[in-house]
Design a binder for this molecule. Structure first.
Ligand SMILES: [Zn+2]
Length: 327
């Protein structure tokens, strides 16, 4: 299945290259620009729902945003489509989450013949090392290159502030004529992020410290856990991406840990099937918070819904977690 899809994408990429090649030197055809009257909006491609929402917030009416990964789609094993390649080929700016989340992007950018600016929204964010293993006691870290970092940076609103600032800088550089508007939008949105952070703090302050225990579907909430001083007990999928599976022993260990720590619930996620979470919850004798209450771990909600924005999705998460833990 995947192989065929890849071949299709490769073929489409080749076709896109031919089309692009047909434009001559390309110098007279600025990326994202058009000589058609009225077409003055900056064409931006954003990879994930979160960064797409940030670009909409900062870019406002002066940008058109093509969002590659749709709501509630797992971003960890995304396969780009021919339409994605086309959109990137026509864009002036590509905005990515970064931290290795978009493994497919470099190849896609090359296939698309994209010559514009890539904005890595994670620039300047202090990254967490991968994993939550209790291995503090082990020997000196060798700090080797390519060590896995946690890509779920947006779950700390302070990181989101850095991300939107990077995006604003990228948009202003690509479209200086609208820089003042982008700066205004950034100011407004940054205030919203500060308010989100303060509201989250206040919400968790109402829960006793020894009850702030989190078991999630995959390991997506590390930055959130750190920011609001929660205890990460474990995850159903024991990794930062969504590919791993618990061994029988790990499963038993997690069940035991849930029981021993008095954890109250396992939180399912909108972009992952809840089946394993349900099985573990049953064994541990706790409830699964899912369905309408599933957390936005790797996504935000569909456009037009209250959770269809970053702010709405994050407020949903905190409300669900606080309600379940405060129980
Ligand atoms: Zn994830």
């Amino acid at each position: 299945m995947k192989y065929t899809q890849r071949m299709f994408v490769a073929a489409a990429a080749a076709a896109a290259l031919v089309l692009l090649g047909g434009c001559g030197s390309g110098d007279d055809d600025a990326p994202g620009g058009s000589s058609a009257p009225g077409a003055t909006r900056l064409a931006v491609v954003a990879t994930t729902p979160e960064v797409a929402d940030f670009v909409r917030a900062v870019g406002g009416d002066d940008v058109t945003v093509t969002q590659i990964i749709k709501p509630n789609v797992d971003p960890h094993d995304y396969e780009p489509t021919p339409a994605d390649i086309q959109a990137i080929g026509k864009a002036a700016v590509v905005v990515k989450n970064g931290v290795g989340l978009e493994e497919w992007l470099d190849q896609t950018i090359e296939s698309a013949g994209f010559k514009g600016t890539v904005v890595d929204s994670s620039q300047g964010v202090t990254l967490r090392e991968g994993g939550h293993e209790e291995d503090e006691g082990h020997e000196e870290e060798s700090a080797h290159e390519g060590e896995e970092h946690d890509p779920h940076i947006w779950h700390n609103p302070l990181n989101a502030k850095t991300m939107v600032a990077n995006i604003e800088k990228g948009l202003a550089t690509a479209d200086p004529a609208h820089a003042a508007a982008f700066a205004d939008n950034l100011k407004t949105y940054t205030a919203e992020l500060d308010k989100l952070d303060a509201d989250n703090e206040a919400a968790f302050a109402r829960i006793p410290a020894d009850q702030r225990k989190l078991v999630t579907n995959h390991d997506a909430f590390g930055y959130y856990v750190d920011r609001y001083r929660l205890e990460f007990v474990g995850s159903v999928i024991p990794s930062l991406d969504t590919s791993a599976e618990l061994s029988a022993k790990q499963l038993n260990d997690l069940v035991a840990k849930i029981k021993a720590t008095g954890t109250k619930a396992i939180f399912a996620e909108t972009s992952l099937p809840p089946k394993s979470a349900e099985a573990i919850a049953k064994q541990a004798g706790v409830k699964v918070i899912g369905g309408e209450d599933a957390l936005y771990g790797d996504s935000i909600g569909p456009e037009g819904t209250p959770e269809g924005t970053y702010l709405g999705a994050e407020r949903h998460n905190t409300q669900v977690i606080v309600t379940a833990l405060g129980g």
